[in-house]
Write a protein that binds this ligand. Structure first.
Ligand code: GLU
Length: 511
């Protein structure tokens, strides 16, 4: 029997989940589902100093909005829990002790001042690499330089200590990354990272490896920023005797700024006016509110489709993929090595496609609800007619209402350019006659609205093209928009006539 695929998304609850984190979660999910495996949500919260309340909840809500449902996690049952590292404290002790007993890790008692002094000394001697490593550790206060008795008595006296990994001085560490291929690192470039902090909590490195092992993770799919840590992780697997069960690694390409220069950051979003978070984050009180794709009006399926393509594509021309289709098509082989440029126009394009593919019925229901929230008088017929006219012309669903305010109220402003050029004596004459013709009708279909206008124009011997834009401005205030006769049908003949008369009163006629 082949081994069940088990992957994990392992965020630290230090703030809102960046779009890159959502992509990591999505790829893990797609990979798990594709292979009939499991996706685990593990909350990596051992760093108390970086813990931010509300972040875990935010992460879960974001995944939920995207339709990414973990199979195991803090809210799901699973055989490998608990799934929050702060609830697993006791588990790590045993493994760090094993490393110490095997001579793979050691106690270090250096104070922050002593560590600073070491760095200053190295700097003064012109050394670039200012780390605690195979060379410098022999000059520091740790269980490698102290006798066994000294070490024991310091521990017994309650002196603070950390536990560090003992990196070999000369060794080559190799790993095969599923996206980048072979990566080889010389151990002299690594430092003796802390595995257990003085508060008795493990660091990310130790907890991550122990949990991946105990949770039987088969593939570690995560952001490229973790690639430099991977050799240390490989070494930890070897030190713990788990090298034969080591998961396979796949480090995802970076998300780049729109111009491709450097990593996408929150500041880029602020600067160019687009979100970099899936949903709004406002947990820090009212001073800092980071906007989200959800609140900006994106359809979750469009957002998922968009982020799926940031660094991956299935080949071929097709770009629109449902979650099920993404699962079907997904493969790690088709993930690019190069960073993916973030392009908000593409996100908008996806949203437009999904909006257009949404049924008029469900958009009309949503429109009606929104309109009544705004206190506008609308019924399902009117909502349906507006949706039919507007859905091809907007990027976000809410714009059908914001850009279609003229369906409910006469324009407050009139496009000045059109007025200056097109509001002529001739147009006013036509409109005034047209208003008279239709004012007393109860309803007017678009077809009738047009034939009435044509009759008036024929009588006065004026071409339709000479007055249409001016009529649009009188009714909507705008220079362009959907079919004007359909607009007249929706707002009705009395309202049309009244808007024409108001415009005639208010607008200066071109001489
Ligand atoms: N806790 C790490 C993070 O916040 C997890 C990295 C990993 O997947 O190994 O991204």
């Amino acid at each position: 029997m082949t081994q069940e695929v088990r992957v994990r998304f392992a965020p630290s609850p230090t703030g809102p989940l960046h779009i890159g984190g959502v992509r990591t979660a999505l790829y893990n999910y797609l990979f798990a589902k594709k292979h009939g495996g499991k996706m685990i949500l593990r909350i990596e919260d051992t760093d108390q100093s970086r813990y931010v309340g509300g972040a875990e909840d935010y992460i879960k809500q974001s995944l939920n909005w995207c339709g990414i449902t973990p199979d195991e996690g803090p809210d799901q049952n699973g055989d490998f829990g608990p799934y929050r590292q702060s609830e697993r404290k006791d588990i790590y002790q045993k493994y760090v002790q094993q490393l110490i007993d095997d001579g793979k890790a050691y106690y270090a008692f250096d104070t922050p001042q002593e560590l600073d002094a070491m760095r200053d000394k190295l700097k003064a001697a012109g050394v670039d690499n200012l780390t605690y490593n195979a060379i410098t550790r022999m000059t520091m206060k740790n269980s490698l330089t102290l006798s066994e008795e000294e070490t024991r008595s310091k521990i017994d006296n309650g002196e603070p200590y950390v536990i560090r990994i003992k990196i070999p001085r000369k060794d080559e560490i190799r790993m095969n990354d599923l996206i980048r291929g072979w990566v080889m690192v010389h151990s002299s470039t690594l430092d003796d990272k802390v595995l257990m902090k003085s508060d008795g909590l493990p660091t990310y490195h130790l907890a991550n490896i122990v949990d991946d092992h105990l949770m039987k993770i088969t593939h570690v799919i995560r952001g490229e920023e973790w690639l430099p840590s991977a050799p240390l992780h490989v070494l930890l697997y070897q030190y713990l005797g788990w090298q034969d069960e080591m998961p396979q690694f796949a480090h995802l390409p970076l998300l780049l700024k729109p111009d491709g220069n450097g990593k996408l950051s929150k500041r880029d979003g602020d600067k160019h006016g687009f979100p970099v978070f899936p949903i709004t984050w406002d947990k820090l009180g009212d001073q800092i509110i980071d906007r989200g794709f959800r609140e900006d009006g994106y359809i979750p399926e469009a957002f998922v489709n968009f982020i799926a393509f940031l660094g991956w594509n299935p080949g071929g021309e097709q770009e629109l993929f449902s979650m099920d289709q993404l699962i079907e098509e997904f493969s790690l082989e088709r993930i690019n090595k190069a960073g993916a440029k973030f392009d908000i126009l593409k996100a908008k394009w996806f949203n437009e496609q999904y909006l257009r593919a949404t049924s008029t019925e469900s958009l009309a229901d949503a429109f009606l609800a929104e309109a009544s929230k705004e206190g506008l008088i609308c019924d399902l017929n009117k909502a349906t007619a507006i949706v039919n006219l507007m859905k091809e012309r907007v990027t976000f669903g809410y714009e059908m209402l914001t850009k279609g305010s003229y369906f409910f109220a006469r324009p407050k402003d009139y496009d000045r350019k059109v007025v200056a050029k097109k509001w002529t004596q001739e147009a006013v004459k036509v409109f005034s006659a047209y208003a008279n013709t239709i004012a007393t009708s109860d309803t007017l279909t678009a077809v009738a609205a047009k034939s009435n206008l044509e009759s008036v124009l024929a009588e006065m011997n004026v071409g339709m093209g000479r007055v249409m834009q001016a009529l649009r401005v009188a009714l909507t205030g705008e220079a362009g928009g959907p079919d004007l006769m359909q607009i007249i049908e929706i707002i009705g003949p009395a309202e049309t006539a009244s808007r024409i008369n108001i415009a005639i009163d208010q607008l200066p006629v071109k001489d």
